[in-house]
Design a protein around this ligand. Structure first.
Ligand code: AMP
Length: 279
């Protein structure tokens, strides 16, 4: 695997390959890699000639400085995992390589920016689009692979691609889970053994909803799910929404696509999860 830390060297390397007709797949991450990240890489490897993964903990998308500070950064083991998985290229820049100074960035994402995650993490999606735009500009991928785990993030990035006419095809990849149902996440390492058990209520509730969706009205299903989560010890529910999968507004029975999304603090760790209820 080739490792690049500067934009210039990576751009030059990829330019030659692109000129030789190679298609480029891109998997942006913040590192602390798990099987979920590697499943995105596997998709890229299946669908493109050359796969580029980035590891960059992007400061502009963190609204809580403590969260940024304690974000795990096991770069040596990440490199091993990528090498074992056959990744072609890793881009691992320093913050100074990506940001010249106190840059201003604003993209009008409409209401998508302020719903759900946006409500609890003000400015988060401006930071996400800012860094993904920069990364797309450097890598110029034909295809980019993102997880359904961050469902709203996928919608936001698709919106940016549409607004700016960026020549990249986005692919949403399914959520990988531990055998007990917990969605894989770099933040799971912060969970104590007790937190780890309490956290299972998120996927259990989503599964319950999927199985019982046709049995009741959306409002009462939603209330039941909220109560299930609130009844669990050491969990602070931020939101549980049964949303229209195309707009993220509240779903109704006529919505073509329906997704249930949840965010909660488990002990001190904030987790998100979701499940597609109707596709
Ligand atoms: P992150 O490093 O958390 O920014 O995630 C990088 C990419 O991996 C994003 O597109 C995530 O949606 C995706 N991802 C994170 N967790 C999972 C998971 N459990 N299954 C599949 N993809 C995931």
């Amino acid at each position: 695997m080739k490792i690049f830390t500067t934009k210039e060297s990576l751009t030059k390397y990829l330019e030659d390959l692109r000129n030789n007709g190679k298609s480029i797949g891109f998997v942006p991450t913040m590192g602390a890699l798990h099987q979920g990240h590697l499943s995105l890489l596997a998709q890229s490897q299946q669908q493109t000639d050359l796969s580029v993964c980035s590891i960059f903990v992007n400061p502009t998308q963190f609204n809580d400085p403590r969260d940024l500070e304690k974000y795990p950064r096991p770069i040596e083991s990440d490199i091993k995992k990528l090498e074992q998985a056959g990744c072609d290229v890793l881009f691992n820049p320093e913050v100074s390589e990506m940001y010249a100074g106190n840059e201003q960035w604003h993209l009008d994402l409409g209401e998508l920016e302020h719903l759900l995650e946006g409500k609890f993490r003000p400015g988060h999606y401006q930071g996400v689009t800012q860094v993904v735009f920069k990364l797309f500009n450097i890598v110029k991928p034909d295809m980019a692979f993102f997880g359904q785990k961050d469902y709203q993030q996928f919608m936001v990035i698709q919106k940016m691609v549409d607004l700016l006419h960026l020549p990249v095809k986005l692919v949403m990849c399914p959520i990988l889970r531990e055998t007990d149902g917990l969605a894989m996440s770099s933040r799971n390492i912060h969970l104590s053994p007790d937190d780890r058990q309490h956290a299972l209520i998120l996927s259990k509730t989503l599964n319950w909803l999927k199985q019982n969706f046709n049995a009741d009205e959306i409002a009462s299903l939603s209330k039941h799910c909220e109560d299930m989560i609130k009844a669990e010890a050491d969990i602070q529910l931020e939101y549980f929404e049964i949303a229209n999968g195309e707009t993220l507004h509240n779903a109704d029975q006529k919505s073509k696509q329906i997704v249930a999304l949840v965010a909660a603090k488990v002990g001190k760790t904030r987790l998100i999860d979701n499940m597609i209820i109707r596709s």
